[in-house]
Design a protein around this ligand. Structure first.
Ligand SMILES: C[S@@+](CC[C@H](N)C(=O)[O-])C[C@H]1O[C@@H](n2cnc3c(N)ncnc32)[C@H](O)[C@@H]1O
Length: 221
């Protein structure tokens, strides 16, 4: 999650009674959608994620121009837009209708022909019932979303079921929320082949350096 969002969460936590847990709901994400693209840190996070894609992921994939890519938890599509020129087609999904509205407007205004925005969670029913999800993907990306899932391992199993044999799963998350061992364990449990889980970059918030972990795994052939 970009640092400003974390900052928002901390501010909300301060407003809550001590001991009250604050968790992000679909509505909380909806509230953040309008200002998302105007924030310097959300844009910087996407830029750094894309830089790390070019450094670490691009060498693993030859040519994506015919590929089908799933961007899970795409938000307003800050990373989706950067990946789109490299990819055949991107199905960009999010549970927040407001986030998807922002992406849909950009797709129309910028005439981006290869992004299909979709409001949906990812579970077995959604995958089976929606033809956009049931056709297998070459790559699944998840940028700053896995740390917010109620059951990361379960969703990872669902996401890995959408991959073609040999397809890639790529995730970026705050290291503090998604320790490296947790990610490695989830890859093993879901049958994915771990290609590397490591710190990719760091964001600075209130003089604090917040490392971001990049995890990459492959679906067995
Ligand atoms: C921190 S934002 C990241 C957005 C985008 N990937 C980016 O890097 O700018 C997290 C996004 O994940 C979405 N999200 C959270 N839980 C989700 C779920 N269970 N299924 C799909 N999207 C989810 C939120 O609505 C939000 O848009």
């Amino acid at each position: 999650m970009p640092a400003t969002t974390l900052s928002c969460l901390r501010q909300r936590e301060l407003l809550l009674e001590p001991g009250t847990n604050y968790t992000m709901t679909q509505n909380s994400w909806d509230e953040l959608a309008t200002g998302w693209d105007a924030r310097a840190d959300t844009r910087l996070y996407a830029e750094r994620a894309f830089e790390s894609w070019n450094r670490k992921i691009a060498p693993l994939v030859s040519d994506l121009t015919e590929s089908r890519v799933l961007d899970f938890g795409c938000g307003t599509g800050l990373l989706t837009e950067k990946l789109a020129p490299l990819c055949g087609h991107i199905v960009a999904v999010d549970i927040s209708a407001a986030m998807i509205d922002v992406l849909q407007s950009k797709v129309i205004n910028k005439r981006i022909g290869n992004i299909t925005p979709l409001v949906t969670a990812i579970d077995t029913a959604a995958i089976n019932e929606n033809p956009e999800l049931s056709e297998k993907f070459d790559v699944v990306v998840a940028s700053s979303v896995c740390g917010f899932l109620p059951d990361y391992n379960l969703t990872l199993r669902d996401l890995s079921s959408t991959l073609k044999p040999g397809g890639l799963f790529v995730q970026w998350d705050w290291l503090s929320e998604m320790p490296i061992e947790r990610i490695r364990g989830a890859y093993k449990e879901s049958g994915l082949i771990n290609l590397g889980v490591e710190e990719a970059f760091a964001m600075t918030m209130e003089d604090e350096s917040m490392p971001v972990v990049l995890g990459v795994a492959r679906s067995p052939i």
